[in-house]
Design a protein around this ligand. Structure first.
Ligand code: M6R
Length: 365
């Protein structure tokens, strides 16, 4: 069933445009996100939602972190995100009118399921699951569900589940946002971006040969640093997690503004630094962070928007990503980081689909 692909992970990376199309199918129309996508929950509760609490693990947690940036910037609603294993064991204040959102590919992650049960016990009235497996425990335990339609994901390293989670989360942000800070014009613009996402990702997938060439230079490295700012910070975290999981290279992500508060001490010519640089108002700041890395001998691998002026940044290996709108940029920029991790793992000869010590679905604490 892998067809032309060497591994399920590679196949699943390439399935993302279709998986996103399916996740959007029947949920957007004529510039609107349809309430029906959320079942009866939208009508029953969305008008009264004042804040959002997201809980998840691993890659799904990173999706939640991106959603937090969106929820506050686009919907104007306060949003907290926490890893499930922390959420379930601490004391909470439950703000009234808070929607509890759990995110899980499998729907069987023990910590996420336990956090959801705990949330209901604590008094969260409305629960929504963003999940890829129908009839899973988390779906059954939730009041309402927004299914990602990624299809079966075999690779332990999650790829298409993540980008479809982001797609689903953006639908949620818009559905809540239009009851709050989001105008009809802004809604229509985001819907248009969502519609063009599959094509934008197809564009990025064509960078695979160049990314493979970059990967050669990671084969003998022990560590790598990933940088991003704003909603690209969790994207950097997700890129670092992919590299760790399947190539066993230690990778860490930092919001680039934190570099000089410690990690800069790690930079030398053995430390590749990967950065995502969409063309937004933080670009100039990111560029000065990159210069700091270059000045210390760090090797820079930057994915930048075609329109981002990068000429004056020295020592940068650059791959251009087709110009993308800032809102959907985290989804688009995830894809080259997935491909980079995949090709580094190939060079290292690891078991890409079944990395050591890991399980696809973590049903124990
Ligand atoms: O099935 P879930 O989304 O609940 O799984 C959560 C994590 O175990 C999962 O995302 C894990 O981090 C992946 N191996 C990441 O690639």
């Amino acid at each position: 069933e892998r067809g032309e692909y060497r591994h399920y992970m590679q196949k699943e990376i390439h399935e993302q445009p279709v998986a996103i199309e399916k996740t959007l199918d029947g949920r957007i129309r004529a510039g609107h996100v349809l309430d029906a996508a959320f079942g009866p929950l939208a009508e029953k509760a969305f008008d009264h939602i004042r804040s959002v609490q997201i809980v998840a693990c691993g890659t799904s947690y990173h999706a939640g972190m991106v959603a937090r940036y969106w929820m506050e910037a686009i919907a104007g609603l306060p949003c907290s995100v926490e890893v499930a294993s922390e959420f379930r064991y601490r004391k909470h204040v439950v703000p009234p009118g808070t929607l509890f959102v759990s995110i899980s590919q499998s729907g069987e992650t023990a910590d996420t399921l336990a956090a959801l049960k705990e949330a209901k016990h604590l008094g969260y009235v409305h629960t929504l699951a963003i999940c890829n497996v129908p009839e899973s425990s988390i779906v059954r335990e939730s009041e309402s569900t927004l299914m990602t339609r990624a299809g079966l994901e075999v690779g332990v390293a999650s790829t298409k589940a993540f980008t479809t989670q982001l797609t689903a989360l953006l639908l949620l942000v818009v559905a809540l946002g239009k009851r709050n800070a989001l105008s009809a014009g802004q809604e229509a613009k985001i819907v248009k971006e969502l519609e063009s996402l599959p094509e934008q990702i197809r564009h990025v997938l064509r960078l695979e040969d160049e990314i493979q060439a970059w990967a050669e230079q990671f084969g003998d490295k022990q560590h790598a640093l990933y940088l991003g700012r704003g909603a690209q910070y969790p994207v950097a975290m997700e890129g670092a997690l992919k590299l760790k999981e399947i190539s066993y290279i230690h990778a860490e992500a930092y919001p680039s503004g934190e570099l000089k508060h410690g990690p800069l001490a790690l930079i030398d010519d053995q430390m590749p630094v990967v950065a995502v640089a969409p063309n937004n108002e933080l670009l100039e700041k990111l560029k000065s962070n990159l210069q700091e890395v270059h000045a210390r001998g760090g090797q820079l691998y930057v994915f930048a928007d075609v329109d981002a002026p990068m000429e004056n940044v020295p020592g940068v290996k650059l791959l251009r990503v087709a110009a993308t709108d800032e809102v959907v940029a985290p989804i688009v920029y995830t894809v080259p980081l997935q491909m980079l991790a995949y090709h580094v793992a190939l060079i290292k000869g690891t078991d890409v689909d079944q990395p050591r010590n890991l399980a696809k679905s973590v049903t124990v604490e």
